[in-house]
Design a protein. Structure first.
Length: 114
């Protein structure tokens, strides 16, 4: 089993920044991919960004140039730096760990509003 603990969500004004963190613990074995997904009200969960153990990244087109995913392998932690936030970024953000199976965090709310 893998446990994921997220932190860093909150309320921010348009144009602002937030940094999300997600720490994995338990049966964590390399290599593995970690990532962030989000789900807005009445919408399906969608990919935001992923990063492999080797550091390869993948981003949704809607966040390219604004969001940056990174990881600290020694701490089994993944980060999502979100800049130039827009109201349409409002969603619950979920951390994901993927190796043989998918594990999900509990989700953290990000609200972008003036």
């Amino acid at each position: 089993q893998v446990q994921l603990v997220e932190s860093g969500g909150g309320l921010v004004q348009p144009g602002g920044s937030l940094r999300l963190s997600c720490a994995a613990s338990g049966s964590v074995f390399s290599p593995y991919t970690m990532g962030w997904y989000r789900q807005a009200p009445k919408k399906q969960r969608e990919l935001v960004a992923t990063i492999t153990s080797g550091g390869s990244t993948n981003y949704a087109d809607s966040v390219k140039g604004r969001f940056t995913i990174s990881r600290d392998n020694a701490k089994n932690t993944v980060y999502l730096q979100m800049n130039s936030l827009k109201p349409e970024d409002t969603a619950v953000y979920y951390c994901n760990y993927r190796r043989a199976f998918d594990y999900w965090g509990q989700g953290t709310q990000v609200t972008v509003s003036s």
